[in-house]
Design a protein around this ligand. Sequence first.
Ligand SMILES: Nc1ncnc2c1ncn2[C@@H]1O[C@H](COP(=O)(O)OP(=O)(O)OP(=O)(O)O)[C@@H](O)[C@H]1O
Ligand SMILES: [Mg+2]
Length: 242
Amino acid sequence: MARVISFASGKGGTGKTMVVANLSVCLAKRGKRVIALDADVMMSNLGLLFGLEERFTLHDVLAGKAGVEEALHQVLPRLEVLQGGLSLKELGQIRLDRLKGVVGKLSRRADYVLVDCPSGFEEDFLAALTASPQLVLVINPDPLSVAEAMKVKKLAGRFRVGLLGMVVNRVVGRETDLPLEEIESLLEVPVLGTVPEDEEVGKALASGKPLVLEAPRSPASRALERIAEALLRRRPQPAAPL
Ligand SMILES: Nc1ncnc2c1ncn2[C@@H]1O[C@H](COP(=O)(O)OP(=O)(O)OP(=O)(O)O)[C@@H](O)[C@H]1O
Ligand SMILES: [Mg+2]
């Protein structure tokens, strides 16, 4: 059975999708069988980072129109991606209660399933959070991001989801950035690693290839490779006591 890890933030745009796409590649390069799952059903975009064409998607699977195998894209020898649908047309037919079953199926064919969660605290977020026993927070070094992550942490405790650690993304080193130690002590979650603000991230997105393949020597790529190593070393964490 795979280790299933969801990546969540509370606040939008912190870099969850970027981190999931690239860590998936990093783990596959290290010999793991990986599946990246786009559980952001309202605003799916993980497929864009891999330049995938739309075929069957998670939306079709959740609507009972396609099987998991039909919707998976093999993007590297050990990496498969289950993208979400770009169209909002079928959203009415989606059954979010099926997500857990989908994750179960995926976990039987991989070593790692990385789940890209939606922002916010709506039903789709809760479905993604509760489908995974372990969580990584993806935050930015600003007070709003930390405050929203705090809410995610509380919800994770309530739903018995273990907190593996956090990735602090878009670190610029400005005076307005919250210092790392302060973030760590506010959230009481270990930092798996930091990713600097890097213009190569946007360029990779435009090229439809993951950053760590497109610009492997860029500062953000190097940081993501180190975070993949940290994730491999990190043992599953028990859920926080209520
Ligand atoms: N380290 C970085 N340096 C520069 N740009 C970045 C970095 N990380 C993310 N971005 C950019 O920030 C934007 C948001 O990233 P991304 O879509 O991964 O965030 P998200 O948390 O998944 O957002 P959402 O909450 O909408 O799902 C994208 O345009 C991405 O290219
Ligand atoms: Mg996203």
